[in-house]
Design a protein. Structure first.
Ligand code: G4P
Length: 547
C-alpha cells in the first residue's frame, strides 16, 4: 500500500501557449467499469449533478436497463428505437472539461465497453463495499490493464453493511496485483458510518444521509482531526479506530507517485456513498488533479501529439437507431489531435476519400446538440450513412491511421441460419453491416461448404438483438444452431503455426474478419490441454488486427 498524505500541484502543462494546448490541458476523460448494481448509474448521475450538467439526479434513467428481462429490453428497443448502449456526457468542473464515456449497464453488451475503453484515457473502477471485487469488474479491469489505463477506485455504498476497508484494499492488492494509494478513509460503515477522513486535506467530512436518494447536493460539514468537540461529533470508539487506522496507513508509507498512477500500476482509492452524494465531490476533485490528460496516440506514422495542429481521430463505436423517428446511424469519433470544426473536410484514411463532417453532434442521454469545435479527449457523434466501420481514422494533412480496435474473446458461439434462401442477399448485407457496427463478432468456417456465419458474442442478448434487427431492418428470419464452445483464442503466428502444430484435439478452427485463424475450445480445461500439448503455439485472448 502506498499511503503517505501528499498534496500535489495540478498536472503540469507542456504547451499551454496555443489554443489547442490550453483546451487539451483542461480536458479529462474517463469511463466507469463495474459489476451491475454496484451503483454506476447512481455515481454517473451524481457526477453530473456536481458538474452542473443536470439540476436534479434521476435524469439518466435509460441506463437502468440492466435489471430488465430480455423481453423488456426488446420492447424498450422497439418503443424507443434506441439501443441501450453508451453515449458521452460532458461537463465542466472548476477549470476542467470532463468527458464521461458511458458504458452499457447490461453485461451482455460488454464488447461495447471494451471498445469504449479504447477511447478512454482513465478508468474509474466502482466497487460495492459489501461485495468487493465481482466478475464483471475483474474482466473489465483486465482490459484496462492491457491498455495500461490509469485506474481510480471508488468503493461505494459505505452507508450499508460493508466488508472492512482493510479487507477491501487487501483484495485489490492481492487479487488484481494493483498497488493502492488511499486518498480517503471511512469512519465506520453501515449504520455506524460517520464520515470520511480526507488524507489530501487532512480533514474529516461528516456523513449526513441526504434522503430522497440524494437528488440534490449534500450538505458538507468539514472538521479538523483535532477539533475540540470531536468526541461529541464522532463515536469515541470509531474515532479511536480512525486514529489507529491512520497510523497504520502512514506507517506503511510511500509517496504519491503520479507517474505510477498514470501507468496503471497504482490506484488511488476513494470511499463514499453515491446514493447519499457522499464522497462524490471529494472524489471528483482529487480525480481531476491526478487523472491523465489526453495523451499521444500511436499511429502508423508514429505517436501523434494531442496538441498536433492537424486534426485526427478514430471511430470507436457505431450506433444505429439513435433516433426512433429517423432510423439513422451515428459514428462516435474520439478526437486524438488538433481542432475539430463543424463542416470541416477530412480524409477518410481507409478509403483515401475526402469527406465533409457535417451535422456533428454531442449526445447527452437522449438530447442532441450540434458540436462546433472539439479537441483531443472529446467525442463527437458523426452522421454515418454507411461510411465508417469501427477503427476507421479520419484526419487532415498528412494521412495517418490509428491501429484497429481489437476484439476480445467471445464466450458464446452459434451458426446463424437463414430460413429463406431467396433472402440470401439481404441476409449477407445485414450480417456484414451488423458486424461492422460491432453488434456481434462474425467468424467463418474454414470448410468452404459451410457458408453460414458463426456468431460469436459475449452475452446472449447480443444474439437476440442481431436476430431481432435482421428481422426488423433487413426482413430476414433466422435461427441459431448453438455450438458447444465457450473460449476463443487467436493464433499469434497465423496459419503457418496451425499447420506446424498438426492435430489439435477438441478444437474448432475458424477464421475472423481478417481471415486470421481463431481456435474455439469447449472450456478452459481443453484450452489448457492444447497449450500443454503445443507449448510453441502462441495464443491470444484478443484479436490481432493486421498491421
Ligand atoms: P448500476 O448502474 O451499477 O447497475 O447500479 P445503480 O446505480 O442502478 O444502483 C443499483 C442499486 O444500488 C440501486 O438501488 C441504487 O439506488 C443503489 N445504490 C447506489 N449507490 C448506493 C449507495 O451509495 N448506497 C446505497 N445504500 N445504495 C446505493 P435499487 O433499489 O436497485 O434501485 P432504486 O430503487 O434505488 O433506483
Amino acid at each position: 500500500m502506498n499511503t503517505a498524505p501528499v498534496t500535489i500541484a495540478p498536472t503540469s502543462i507542456d504547451s499551454v501557449d496555443s489554443e489547442i494546448g490550453m483546451e487539451v490541458d483542461r480536458r479529462r476523460n474517463f469511463a466507469i467499469i463495474s459489476h451491475p448494481d454496484a451503483g454506476k448509474t447512481t455515481l454517473t448521475e451524481k457526477l453530473l449533478l456536481y458538474g452542473g450538467a443536470i439540476q436534479e439526479a434521476g435524469a439518466v434513467k435509460a441506463k437502468r436497463a440492466q435489471r430488465s428481462a430480455t423481453s423488456d429490453w426488446m420492447e424498450m428497443e422497439q418503443q424507443r428505437g434506441i439501443s441501450i448502449t453508451s453515449t458521452v456526457m460532458q461537463f465542466e468542473y472548476q477549470r476542467h472539461l470532463v468527458n464521461l464515456l458511458d458504458t452499457p449497464g447490461h453485461q451482455d453488451f460488454s464488447e461495447d465497453t471494451y471498445r469504449t475503453l479504447a477511447a478512454a484515457d482513465n478508468a474509474v473502477m466502482l466497487i460495492d463495499a459489501a461485495k468487493g471485487l465481482e466478475t464483471q469488474t475483474r474482466k473489465l479491469f483486465e482490459v484496462c490493464r492491457m491498455r495500461s489505463l490509469p485506474i481510480f477506485t471508488f468503493i461505494n455504498k459505505l452507508d450499508r453493511p460493508s466488508m472492512s476497508p482493510l479487507e477491501l484494499i487487501d483484495e485489490i492488492e492481492q487479487e488484481l496485483g494493483l498497488t493502492t494509494y488511499v486518498v480517503n478513509w471511512p469512519i465506520g460503515t453501515g449504520d455506524q458510518f460517520q464520515g470520511l477522513y480526507d488524507r489530501r486535506q487532512q480533514r474529516i467530512h461528516l456523513f449526513e444521509r441526504t434522503g430522497s436518494h440524494g437528488s440534490k447536493k449534500a450538505a458538507n460539514t468539514i472538521i479538523a482531526l483535532d477539533h475540540p468537540e470531536i468526541k461529541d461529533l464522532i463515536d469515541p470508539h470509531l474515532y479511536q479506530q480512525l486514529l489507529e487506522d491512520l497510523e497504520l496507513l502512514d506507517g506503511i508509507g510511500g509517496e504519491l507517485d503520479l507517474d505510477a498512477i498514470h501507468r496503471g500500476k497504482v490506484t488511488p482509492v476513494f470511499f463514499g456513498s453515491a446514493m447519499n452524494n457522499f464522497g462524490v465531490e471529494l472524489f471528483l476533485e482529487a480525480f481531476l488533479e491526478y487523472a491523465l490528460k489526453p495523451t499521444p496516440h500511436d499511429s502508423d506514422r508514429g505517436a501523434v501529439q494531442p496538441t498536433d495542429p492537424e486534426f485526427s481521430g478514430f471511430v470507436f463505436k457505431l450506433q444505429a437507431n439513435m433516433d426512433p423517428k429517423h432510423r439513422d446511424r451515428i459514428a462516435f469519433l474520439r478526437v486524438c489531435s488538433g481542432k475539430f470544426e463543424k463542416d470541416m473536410v477530412v480524409t477518410h484514411a481507409r478509403t483515401g476519400k475526402q469527406m465533409r463532417l457535417s451535422r456533428p453532434q454531442k449526445l447527452f442521454a437522449q438530447d442532441r446538440e450540434t458540436v462546433e469545435t472539439a479537441y483531443a479527449g472529446d467525442v463527437v457523434g458523426l452522421n454515418n450513412p454507411g461510411s465508417f466501420v469501427i477503427g476507421d481514422t479520419v484526419c487532415v494533412g498528412a494521412k495517418r491511421r490509428y491501429p484497429d480496435i481489437p476484439s476480445f474473446s467471445p464466450e458464446l458461439f452459434a451458426y446463424l441460419r437463414n430460413t429463406d434462401p431467396s433472402k440470401y442477399k439481404s441476409f449477407n448485407k445485414g450480417v456484414s453491416e451488423l458486424q461492422e457496427e460491432g453488434a456481434v463478432q462474425i467468424l467463418l468456417s474454414t470448410d468452404e461448404s459451410k457458408r453460414d456465419p458463426v456468431l460469436a458474442a459475449v452475452g446472449q442478448l447480443q444474439f437476440e438483438v442481431v436476430q431481432f434487427r435482421l428481422n426488423q431492418e433487413y426482413g430476414v428470419e433466422t435461427y441459431l444452431d448453438v455450438l458447444p464452445y465457450s473460449v476463443a483464442r487467436w493464433v499469434v503466428d497465423g496459419w503457418e503455426a496451425i499447420e506446424k502444430a498438426g492435430r489439435l484435439f477438441n478444437t474448432l478452427i475458424v477464421k475472423d474478419r481478417w481471415s486470421q485463424p481463431v481456435l474455439l475450445f469447449k472450456n478452459q480445461w481443453n484450452l489448457d490441454q492444447v497449450k500443454s500439448d503445443h507449448p510453441d503455439l502462441r495464443l491470444s485472448p484478443i484479436s490481432i488486427p493486421p498491421s
